[in-house]
Design a binder for this molecule. Structure first.
Ligand SMILES: Cc1cc2nc3c(=O)[nH]c(=O)nc-3n(C[C@H](O)[C@H](O)[C@H](O)COP(=O)(O)OP(=O)(O)OC[C@H]3O[C@@H](n4cnc5c(N)ncnc54)[C@H](O)[C@@H]3O)c2cc1C
Length: 310
């Protein structure tokens, strides 16, 4: 391996990518580099953990402009002569992946959860067919672009890196970024939560959410939900949806309240370390992939849980 370049504008995800890069370079040795755009703090953190972090300081480049960000990544990748770029498989990472792979003539995989070595080749593991199955795939091209799902790797440890300047003449932007604002509304990070209490349609009344909140508070958990609870009922924000069209989560524990367990949901939670399911249907598919099951009506179970945790 000639080398690996990593990029995410979210420091936490960049640290995870650095871990992935270390594991990959243990199989195919090569240097590891990071690109940080207008983020001195991220560059310092990555260099503190042992990486060569290239800092591109140019207020004319916003990471919201994925065309320019892709151009910067390509320029640095070519300058360093790396053959692998790692991105995070979040919305922006996936958009960058497509843009870079096409321009760099690289084989590209997104939603990658891990890798193994098969017959001396790196084989990447990712969800396929909408999460109904898991595929193991090998990139045949010399250049490789891999987008790893958040939390697929622990943040990197180590020390002794450096921050280096990266000069890049910005080409004329195709997008004019007028303003960048934090997202309004719910800023919850269900992917970062160690524990989740997940509300499904089996929670029949919106007023029962106050019981769910009490349970979550007692457990130090975030509240998440199945898609219809947010998209149809509008009880919770879409930031809290678990699953294919929401977030892929890997908490230590997930308490799942009245979710049937269709594949579009389970793909987002099946890698939780421990799953508790409460459902009044003992044959619900959710129960089949759970570690602990309580077959009960949530109208009875929720107040009992609140009492037990008080
Ligand atoms: C392209 C596509 C993408 C999708 N993406 C997602 C996604 O990202 N996330 C997602 O969640 N869904 C997604 N869906 C929808 C998904 O297919 C399911 O419709 C959805 O997950 C069902 O939500 P649910 O389990 O909460 O509701 P239901 O399927 O209605 O299940 C409710 C469950 O609660 C139980 N129950 C009912 N009453 C009680 C009670 N009183 N006490 C205890 N248990 C009770 C029932 O037995 C049942 O198991 C997607 C669908 C499509 C087509």
């Amino acid at each position: 391996m000639a080398g690996i370049l990593i990029f995410s504008e979210k420091t936490k995800l960049a640290l995870e990518l650095a871990s992935a890069a270390r594991e990959l370079s243990a199989v195919n040795p090569g240097e590891i580099y990071a690109l940080c755009i207008n983020d001195q703090q991220e560059a310092a953190e990555l260099s503190d953990r042992g990486l060569a972090a290239y800092l591109l300081n140019n207020p004319g480049l916003s990471t919201a402009d994925t065309a320019l960000t892709a151009a910067a990544l390509l320029a640095l990748a070519n300058q360093l002569g790396v053959d692998t770029i790692l991105l995070s498989s979040d919305r922006r990472g996936k958009e960058l992946a497509g843009r870079i792979a096409e321009a760099w003539e690289a084989g590209c995989l997104t939603d990658v959860k891990g890798f193994s070595v098969q017959d001396g080749q790196l084989a990447f593991v990712r969800n396929a067919l909408g999460g109904a199955t898991v595929a193991t795939q090998i990139i045949k091209t010399e250049r490789k672009l891999i987008a790893f799902t958040p939390r697929a790797f622990a943040p990197v440890e180590g020390g002794g890196g450096s921050v280096l300047p990266f000069e890049f003449d910005i080409p004329a932007p195709s997008v004019k970024v007028l303003d960048t604002r934090s997202k309004a509304g719910d800023m919850v990070d269900i992917q970062g939560a160690e524990r989740l209490v997940i509300v499904g349609q089996g929670v029949e009344n919106q007023s029962d959410l106050s019981l769910v909140e009490q349970i979550a508070r007692a457990l130090g958990a975030e509240i998440a939900c199945s898609k219809p609870v947010a998209s149809d009922k509008k009880w919770l924000s879409e930031e809290r949806i678990v699953g294919l069209s929401g977030k892929i989560c890997k908490p230590e524990a997930a308490i799942i309240l009245g979710v049937s367990g269709q594949v579009q949901f389970t793909v987002g939670i099946r890698e939780a370390q421990v799953i508790f399911s409460i459902n009044n249907d003992e044959n619900a598919y959710m129960n089949k992939i759970s570690d602990y099951i309580l077959v009960a009506d949530l109208k009875d179970a929720l107040p009992e849980l609140v009492k037990a945790l008080a």
